[in-house]
Design a protein around this ligand. Structure first.
Ligand SMILES: [Zn+2]
Length: 115
């Protein structure tokens, strides 16, 4: 039998998946975008609209943008000091995703693409 905590976690998961993502200054925020179902969910969770989120940053060191894509990248970009030949696969912002993936990806010998 689901508990109240289970229902709350499910509602939070839905909001994280479907709410609008944006930046407000240097903060990542979720907002309802005027959609009544999301506004209801924010109110039920006791969250402000917009709601500041401290997690879900791009995995690249120093990048504070929302992670919105999943793709490969040189691990040394996330943890300086690691061998550049180590390839990671993880959560990236759109800018970093398109740096190493997509039709305009830069040549990257460390990801197996010709220079
Ligand atoms: Zn990034």
């Amino acid at each position: 039998m689901p508990t109240i905590a289970d229902y709350r976690e499910a509602l939070e998961d839905m909001v994280f998946q479907f709410a609008y993502r944006s930046m407000k200054g240097e903060h990542r925020i979720l907002h309802a975008g005027g959609l009544s179902a999301l506004e209801h969910a924010f109110r039920t969770l006791g969250w402000t609209d917009p709601y500041i989120v401290s997690d879900f940053a791009c995995e690249i060191a120093g990048c504070e943008q929302w992670c919105s894509c999943v793709g490969p990248y040189p691990r040394s970009q996330a943890k300086p000091g690691l061998d550049r030949k180590m390839i990671g696969f993880g959560y990236l912002c759109g800018t970093h995703y398109f740096t190493w993936s997509g039709p305009a990806a830069k040549p990257a010998a460390d990801l197996g693409r010709a220079q």
